[in-house]
Design a binder for this molecule. Structure first.
Ligand code: FAD
Ligand code: FES
Length: 386
């Protein structure tokens, strides 16, 4: 009996073998193909995109959606749940902030970014108060690992979102409907106030139209006589809403305090960590909230940061090193600004920095003095190599 080659069942395999046999006869040094792979990768995963605001949509009093189109060529594909890092220049400071794409990944005419104002933030005020249609921005290509993996995550999805954490949920939800996926999607949305619930009309309409979509709204600071669910997403509430948690896949996205709390509640319910995906959706937590923060040091203490061979400046210990570098005219590549991607690594030559758990430093990084500047807080004078 002839040996069965399973590869013959792969589309294009036989054709590839025919081409290979042909090339074996005639020979080729493949110079004509030299940059083909690199060019294809660059198109799919560009380092930078130039985007133009085509529309600004007012969602709530504190939130706007910015619709961004490409100024040249098609936008690269992305996985629902991913983000882009948006570069801005404000008052001479070049910085960036990551924002999840809230539009559907099944169309590539535009990316929507849904931005919520952070009261004492730097970039959100600029975006919400100054940006108009026609303005252009540089950004990274889509990045991040917070998306549904059909092989491992199954079809029973629960999304817990707080505040602007709705942005990646919206993209995932639209993908489920656009591609008519046979998933169950239960979206549990926690907001502080009723008038700050983003996309609420659209969500309610979708919940009426699709049997596989359940919407639960939870308000933590309800007005008097409010009839809906109130409080925080604790283990009891989650259990009551979703029932048996075992076969379900949980996605959690919101401010750091929100996802820390939800994570602990899901652990209490016995959800295995591999069935919980978490995405930060806010600036890093104040470092003095961690139990191992050195007590004697106050967030407003000043230290000197020296950039080897380039200069030095004063910085507050409570400000991430990346932010103070940018404020003083230095730049480091960055994308997630939350300790995940390691693009902002700098080498610490001397002095101490506080690395919170989200810094995700590898053992070799710790051994050789590499730090993630986006979540590193200098607790004494430091010297770094940039
Ligand atoms: C992967 C990812 C996706 C995101 N997606 C979205 C999204 O879709 N929509 C959205 O609105 N936001 C999103 N964010 C949050 C966004 O990137 C910004 O953090 C947010 O817009 C605030 O920016 P800002 O410049 O206004 O605030 P910042 O100036 O960065 O500061 C905000 C607050 O944090 C404090 N702060 C700043 N740095 C520190 C520090 N080191 N220690 C303690 N406190 C500090 C400030 O005092 C202030 O209270 C996302 C974040 C991540 C990591
Ligand atoms: S920018 Fe991603 S780890 Fe710092």
């Amino acid at each position: 009996m002839p040996k069965l080659n399973v590869l013959n069942a792969v589309t294009g395999f036989k054709e590839a073998i025919t081409i290979k046999d042909e090339l074996a006869k005639t020979g080729s040094d493949f110079t004509d193909q030299k940059w083909a792979t690199a060019n294809t990768i660059a198109k799919l995963h560009p380092k930078r995109l130039t985007l133009e605001v085509s529309e600004v949509i007012e969602e709530t009093e504190t939130t706007k959606t910015f619709r961004l189109v490409s100024t040249g060529g098609a936008l690269p594909p992305f996985q629902a749940g991913q983000y882009i890092n948006l570069f801005v220049e404000i008052d001479g400071v070049e910085t960036a902030r990551p924002y999840a794409i809230s539009s559907s990944s099944s169309q590539r005419e535009y990316y929507d970014l849904t931005v919520k104002r952070v009261p004492d933030g730097f970039v959100t005020h600029y975006l919400l108060d100054n940006v108009e249609a026609g303005q252009q921005f540089l950004s990274t290509g889509p990045m991040g690992t917070f998306y549904h993996n059909p092989v491992f995550h199954g079809k029973d999805l629960i999304f817990l979102a707080g505040g602007s954490g709705i942005a990646p949920a919206m993209s995932m939800l639209k993908e489920v409907f656009d591609r008519e996926l046979d998933y169950q999607f239960h979206f549990i949305y926690a907001s502080s106030y009723v008038d700050d619930v983003i996309f609420i009309e659209e969500l309610r309409t979708l919940a009426q139209q699709h049997q596989n979509f359940t919407l639960t709204e939870v308000i933590s600071r309800p007005p008097e006589n409010y009839q809906g669910l109130t409080g925080h997403l604790n283990a009891e509430l989650i259990q009551n809403l979703v029932g048996d948690v075992k076969q379900k896949m949980f996605y959690v996205c919101g401010p750091t305090a929100f996802h820390d709390f939800c994570q602990s509640q899901l652990l209490d319910l016995g959800v295995p960590p591999r069935r919980v995906r978490i995405e930060a959706n806010g600036p890093p937590k104040h470092p003095d909230q961690f139990s191992n923060w050195p007590e004697a040091i106050s967030m407003n203490d000043e230290v000197t940061v020296t950039v080897k061979g380039k200069g030095s400046f004063k910085a507050k210990v409570g400000e991430p090193l990346l932010n103070s570098l940018e404020r003083n005219g230095y730049s480091a590549e960055n994308a997630c600004r939350s300790g995940e991607c390691s693009l902002c690594r700098v080498k610490l030559v001397s002095g101490e920095v506080f690395n919170p758990p989200e810094a995700h430093l590898r053992v070799s990084d710790q051994q050789f003095g590499w730090i993630h500047s986006c979540v590193a807080f200098p607790t004494e004078d430091v010297e770094i190599i940039l």
